[in-house]
Ligand binder design. Structure first.
Ligand code: PLP
Ligand code: SF4
Length: 458
């Protein structure tokens, strides 16, 4: 401690006693909470902890979900959800675990319901500047399912299915079976396609970092996960591999009971460690309710295995767009040894405008979160720029007109010469500005003005 002055004495005097400190993040839900759902009233703990039961009982048809909810919610809610399903761009897929965590007495406000079950009455028109694949993932793809946008890292979409389908999914152009609203491109499990991706990565010595995502690596068989991990680790210049999965947030049971899968992941991590390469699991928690005693057990197991887990979140209106909820989420993640990595400002995605927030919301919440816990367990709030500019610190705009909701960013190490625009939801703008958004000419003018202001600022 030489020379490091810690204000210990001060802290003893001014800190409130611990009963007054906020320790809610440590209260993790345990016990047979799923038995509140009539359909699961007789399901015992062993069954509920079995990942094959979770997977086979996962709801994939709206009619099935509505049937299951019949005794839990008023008919008016069921009708509303029916409307929501008819208009949604994503298919339905919800695990019994998620369904059991929803407070069905307050379905409209519940943070998990909002993420997985659309209701017609809350839907809003898409933002006028929305284009499918707004992140340009397909345009930046040298091989189907491989996005090479940044110099030293690439995103490899190994498959196109997930253990659940999230309403707000950025990849709704690819993920999930077709719905009436969106015709999807196909990224099936294909060793042939994977080999082309590995060959491309091997041919580009600048690539050091590969994100394996999808879809979701939870859906890969143990042998497939290991095949991908081994193939990437065998490429000398690949130094970092991340496996992306929503799994721990929606079915932590798998980590505890799918021994083949967890062992395969462990072997890839260990092999990486022997090669002095980093392999990590990247997951996706949005709300503290998603973290239960089961999650803690699963994360403890990964901790014991030496598997590093990081989490990214999407800032979702009505779910986690308050300083209190986001702080609780970050602290609870830290408590179960998951490192918060990013909080994304919600991208422009079709059919989920009701979930988006402004860039300003992210900036405001960040102020509260930073300082609430260890800096290395504090996420960076980012905007993933439409048009393929990549992720930018939300604060780092060249220009932000809060009145029109237009922010402008640069990404010098991605696409040096370009300016990129991001758009706040129109809903919260002044009435006069909302009218201008409705007119294509006024819209073009507002965007041009913002770009000019950014040019002058930079
Ligand atoms: C997010 C992303 C990455 C990884 O970026 P990090 O900032 O290192 O997490 C790589 N490629 C693409 C296309 C991405 O969207
Ligand atoms: S798990 Fe990820 S990729 Fe799959 S639907 Fe949800 S957000 Fe999209």
């Amino acid at each position: 401690m030489n020379g490091l002055r810690l204000p210990v004495f001060d802290a003893l005097v001014t800190r409130p006693p611990s009963e007054q400190a906020d320790l809610r993040h440590r209260d993790l839900l345990r016990g047979a909470f799923w038995q509140r759902i009539p359909a699961y009233a007789n399901v015992d703990e062993r069954t509920f902890l079995d990942h094959t039961w979770q997977a086979t009982q996962t709801i994939t048809r709206p009619t099935k979900l509505l049937e299951l909810l019949r005794d839990l919610v008023p008919t008016s809610f069921l009708e509303d959800a029916e409307q929501g399903f008819a208009r949604a761009p994503m298919s339905v897929r919800v695990s019994p675990y998620v369904l059991s965590l929803i407070d069905w007495e307050h379905p409209y406000e519940d943070p998990l319901r909002i993420q997985f079950v659309p209701v017609g009455s809350r839907l809003e028109p898409d933002h006028p500047e929305l284009h499918l694949d707004s992140l340009h993932e397909q345009a930046d793809s040298p091989v189907p399912g491989l996005t090479h946008r940044y110099a030293d890292k690439a995103l490899f979409l190994a498959l196109d299915t997930c253990p659940v389908y999230c309403r707000y999914c950025t990849r709704s152009y690819a993920v999930g079976v077709d719905t009436e609203e969106v015709e999807k491109i196909s990224l099936k499990v294909s060793t042939e396609r994977w080999k082309r991706a590995f060959a491309y990565i091997a041919s580009r010595p600048e690539l050091e970092d590969i994100v394996v995502s999808g879809g979701d690596v939870y859906q890969l068989r143990a042998a497939q996960l290991e095949e991908i991990g081994d193939a990437l680790l065998a490429i000398p210049h690949v130094r970092r591999v991340r496996f992306g999965t929503k799994g721990p947030a929606i079915m932590p049971q798998k980590i505890l009971s799918d021994h083949a899968w967890t062992d395969a992941l462990t072997r890839v991590v260990e092999k990486g460690r022997r090669l002095h390469k980093r392999v990590a699991l990247h997951t996706h928690f949005n709300h503290p309710t998603e973290i239960t005693g089961i999650t803690e057990d699963a994360m403890n197991l990964l901790m014991e295995r030496g598997v590093i887990v990081r989490s990214q979140s999407v800032l979702l209106r009505g779910v986690n767009d308050s300083a209190d909820v986001m702080t609780q989420l970050v602290k609870r993640l830290g408590h179960v040894n998951v490192l918060p990595y990013y909080v994304y400002v919600h991208d422009l995605v079709s059919g989920v405008e009701d979930l988006r927030t402004s860039v300003q919301t992210a900036i405001d919440i960040e102020k509260h979160v930073r300082g609430a816990t260890a800096g290395f367990a504090t996420p960076t709030f980012v905007v993933d720029l439409p048009g393929g500019g990549g992720k930018r610190d939300a604060h780092s705009f060249e220009h932000y007109d809060r009145r029109t909701g237009i922010s402008v960013y640069r990404a010098p190490s991605v696409k040096a010469e370009r300016l990129f625009t991001m758009f706040d939801p129109v809903r919260d703008l002044p009435a006069e500005v909302r009218m201008r958004w409705a007119s294509p000419r006024a819209r073009a003018e507002m965007i041009r003005d913002a770009l000019e202001a950014a040019e002058q600022a930079g």
